[in-house]
Design a protein around this ligand. Structure first.
Ligand code: TMP
Ligand code: ASP
Length: 237
């Protein structure tokens, strides 16, 4: 039986606990919401439960389609069992349409359709506000090997095709999202973190209504309702 041990990491939205199995951790989902590198703080009621459920569903879907993820099992409302990994300190952002920081940086209209997806890398660092980095930086800094970064890129395109179709079938346009990857002790790569409206831009097809954390970032209201809507569309409840 898996036994929960001490906390090893607390982030802005999740906590990681050790277990009696050195290869497994418990990932706990909080209701805390932050934006702009925690300059804005709040709570989204029941977000932890919804994000745990949605992430579990999506990781299961990706695993079934040949993507290696850290997900092992949905343990209870707010916890999932995940592989113990060393997280690469890079936020991999995939964009299918112009939005958010890209729209701002290039003064482009949000929603502009791209001829092909854009891949961007950011250094995971709160004190530095997650600055953008070159795709050659992770190898240069010794965070990954070239083979690992090539593998990440290949996985990302596969994940994007799968997720775009997954959300399409559920009446949602996947505008952009952030992924994180981790390595096990053998250097094998796995998709980590979570996949939820916290780290994705999700627009309802037809209406274009924002159903993700931009409702919190931009004070658009109906935050909980939007997360619930996505949860129903993804998991049926
Ligand atoms: P951006 O447009 O602000 O760069 O965000 C791109 C996507 O990445 C968007 O879906 C939100 C997600 N994201 C995170 O999950 N965490 C972050 O810290 C940031 C900045 C973005
Ligand atoms: N996750 C980041 C923060 O906590 C930024 C964001 O999602 O907008 O501040």
């Amino acid at each position: 039986m898996l036994i929960k041990k001490e906390k090893i990491y607390e982030g802005k939205a999740k906590i990681l606990y050790k277990t009696n199995d050195p290869d497994l951790l418990i990932q706990y989902f909080k209701d805390d919401a932050t934006a702009f590198n925690a300059k804005k703080k709040g709570t989204i009621v029941n977000k932890g439960v919804m994000n745990n459920k949605m992430s579990s569903f999506i990781f299961t879907f990706l695993e079934k389609n040949g993507v290696k993820t850290h997900f092992k099992e949905h343990l209870n409302d707010r916890e999932m069992v995940v592989r113990a990994l060393s997280i690469i300190p890079v936020e991999v952002v995939v964009r299918n349409r112009v939005a958010g920081s890209l729209a701002k940086r290039l003064a482009m209209e949000e929603g502009t359709v791209l001829k092909q997806p854009i891949l961007e890398f950011f250094y995971k660092s709160d004190p530095l506000d997650d600055p953008m980095i070159s795709e050659t930086a992770p190898v240069a800094f010794g965070w990954t090997t070239q083979a690992q970064i090539d593998h990440v890129k290949k996985e990302v395109w596969k994940i994007n095709t799968l997720l775009t179709e997954f959300f399409n079938e559920r009446g949602i346009d996947l505008i952009d999202y952030k992924l994180e990857f981790g390595k096990d002790s053998q250097g094998q790569l796995f998709l980590a973190d979570e996949i939820s409206p916290d780290g994705c831009r999700l627009w309802e097809k037809g209406t274009g209504e924002k159903l993700d954390k931009d409702r919190f970032r931009r004070d658009l209201g109906k935050i909980e309702e939007s997360y619930e809507k996505v949860s129903k569309l993804i998991c049926g409840s």
